[in-house]
Design a protein around this ligand. Structure first.
Ligand code: SF4
Length: 282
């Protein structure tokens, strides 16, 4: 089992804050899901932390909780103008990216964000500056025009490999380039652990939702090193055939996968393989 699999501190703190606020206030509202996991969303809803689509949907002066991966400047301003009580669960490492991108803009640089188009974190980073260019792949980087001065940051959960490849291309386009490596350290740690683990194991299982960008990236990193790598969202999706004749099974999980789902998957693997104990990798 990868040592730091599952919730990163940013997501864990945000989920805890959602439960605490719901307990204190009765209800708290969030613009979208706090983690990419149906069970957690349902459980939070029962506890009083509910998902809405727009600030207009908040009833009776209840508070809004801004999620770990950040919120656009427009939404912040809108909530303030409406005098909504804001509970801010933005991860400090996302706030650091917001600060860095503003510094790069103040230096007069064209802003490039390496990240997924439409992802909430990327949209939030882009909103901090006037005209950000989003680049998600080396192909997109190739189509960039030549520039005199540019500043680059990345979405916190990007892979180092994707960022490196894109930066190499951007270097050929920009005369004065400043790159701030804003991949967060929990992401770097998870990625380096899965790279090692995938090589040591016969089969690799990654637990995470298919809508979670970082779970998909962990699966891709595992697959590059071990063809017998599979992504599952819960224990029921494990096919016993995958584990046939495997001696060592590695497990990791995306930053939005809750502990109970990880435990259920471990129990299932141990049942299938009749394993007395799992080995903790570290
Ligand atoms: S993935 Fe990184 S930046 Fe995002 S919430 Fe977790 S710790 Fe914070």
């Amino acid at each position: 089992m990868a040592k730091d699999a599952g919730y990163c501190f940013g997501v864990r703190d945000a989920v805890n804050l959602a439960y605490d606020t719901a307990e204190k206030n009765g209800d708290v509202y969030m613009l979208g899901h706090i983690v990419h996991n149906e069970n957690v969303v349902k459980d939070l809803d029962t506890a009083g932390a509910k998902v809405i689509n727009s600030l207009e949907d908040i009833p009776n002066n209840n508070p809004i909780l801004f999620r770990a991966h950040g919120t656009t400047v427009e939404t912040w301003n809108d909530a303030k103008a409406k005098h909504i009580n804001i509970v801010d669960a933005t991860c400090p490492l996302v706030l650091e990216i917001h600060a860095e991108v503003k510094k790069l803009e103040a230096e007069g640089r064209t802003i490039i964000i390496i990240g997924d188009h439409g992802h909430d974190e990327v949209v939030g980073i882009a909103s901090q500056v006037k005209d950000a260019i989003i680049v998600s792949s080396p192909d997109e980087a190739k189509s960039l025009r030549k520039m005199k001065q540019a500043g680059v940051v990345s979405q916190s959960t990007q892979t180092i490999e994707n960022v490196q490849e894109i930066i190499n291309i951007i270097m050929t386009k920009v005369f004065d380039l400043r790159f701030v490596n804003t991949i967060c350290y929990p992401t770097k740690r998870n990625q380096s652990q899965i790279k090692e683990l995938a090589k040591q194991c016969d089969v690799m299982i990654v637990i995470g939702s298919y809508t979670s960008a970082n779970s998909k990236r962990l699966t891709a990193l595992a697959k590059e090193r071990n063809a017998h790598s599979f992504q599952v969202t819960c224990a029921n999706e494990i096919n016993p055939k995958w584990l046939k004749s495997a001696e060592i099974v590695g497990v990791s999980a995306g930053a939005s996968t809750p502990d109970n789902i990880i435990d259920e998957v471990l129990t299932k693997i141990k049942e299938i393989g009749q394993v007395p104990e799992e080995t903790i990798y570290g």
